[in-house]
Design a protein around this ligand. Structure first.
Ligand SMILES: [Cu+2]
Length: 307
């Protein structure tokens, strides 16, 4: 409670504490009244029920008090929320890109990182972009959570106020590996940040390759990663022209992942099954991935080999 991790902690925790206290107060009050009444108005003592009606005083009270409390809760919530939508004009910008199932952070100068490194005590505005489905950018310690919606440029911002490592999660269920969609935030002194940014490599132009676009358009990346991670299928990283162990009609053998193998894997995925994977998960893309696009896919797979 009330840490200095970001400038929003105070507003959010205050609203939480007030709403929680009001709820707790009524939980105890109502439970006590209920139990008291159960005992006091037990049927054994009062065989005949008496109707009580028309108490203007009572009705006014039970309308006015909750009204005031609800307005109070709204007010503290609003007070904490409003600054989250008002990023300072001179804030530095970091683009947060969500995709199935990882986060990447793009800094000015086309530099991309898997870890969100930020200088302490400096306002940063996050431009939130999704490459596929709806994700949720959630940093519990900073008390910020904002939807990352494809086709919509959403944003949020904050001023980190504590050195150290924090977690960033995805708060919107976005598919099989949703629970693995997290990242580390490192808050460091400004000079350390500047050093780190200076050596951060400039993004490779993979995303602009035609082969990448074809694979993305066909949804291949929901089962195949490009960073070596196994998702549903094997990773595309270090696949091209390497030796793969496959099962063909139950016989295990080695095969080179050349153009022909890649083509067969796309058009007849259930013929050579990569060892350790199941048959029948990948459908045939015959007629979906066009033959003239195959060379672009080979070229792309070759280009990410050493990623
Ligand atoms: Cu997600």
């Amino acid at each position: 409670m009330f840490s200095n991790a970001s400038n929003f902690v105070h507003g959010v925790d205050k609203a939480f504490l007030i709403i929680f206290s009001i709820s707790l107060f009524f939980l105890i009050l109502l439970t006590t009244i209920m139990i008291t009444f159960v005992i006091k108005y037990n049927k054994k003592k009062h065989a005949k029920a008496v109707q009580i009606k028309d108490s203007s005083w009572l009705e006014f009270t039970w309308t006015a008090i909750p009204m005031i409390l609800v307005m109070l809760m709204f007010y503290v919530g609003w007070e904490g929320f409003l600054p989250m939508r008002q990023a300072p004009k001179d804030a530095m910008h970091v683009k947060i890109i969500g995709q199935m199932w990882k986060w990447s952070f793009e800094y000015p100068g086309n530099k991309v990182s898997d870890t969100l490194v930020l200088p302490i005590n400096k306002a940063v505005k996050f431009d939130l972009v999704s490459k596929d489905v709806i994700h949720g950018m959630f940093i519990p310690a900073f008390r910020i959570k904002e939807d990352v919606v494809p086709g919509k440029n959403n944003y949020t911002w904050c001023i980190p106020g504590e050195l150290g490592d924090f977690d960033l999660f995805c708060s919107a269920y976005c598919g099989v590996s949703h629970s693995y969609m997290s990242a580390i935030i490192k808050i460091v002194p400004e000079d350390k940040y500047n050093l780190w940014l200076a050596v951060l490599p400039v993004k490779k132009a993979d995303d602009n390759k035609e082969g990448y676009k074809i694979l993305e358009a066909n949804g291949c990346f929901s089962c195949h990663s490009v960073d070596g991670k196994k998702i549903v299928g094997p990773s595309f990283k270090s696949l091209y022209n390497t030796s793969i162990e496959v099962n063909t009609d139950g016989v295990k053998h080695k095969i080179t992942a050349d153009d022909l193998y890649i083509k067969n894997s796309i058009y007849e995925p259930n013929k050579d099954i990569v060892d350790g994977y199941q048959q029948g998960i990948m459908k045939s893309y015959k007629g979906i991935v066009k033959e003239k696009d195959l060379p672009k896919i080979y070229e792309y797979l070759n280009s990410i080999k050493a990623n």
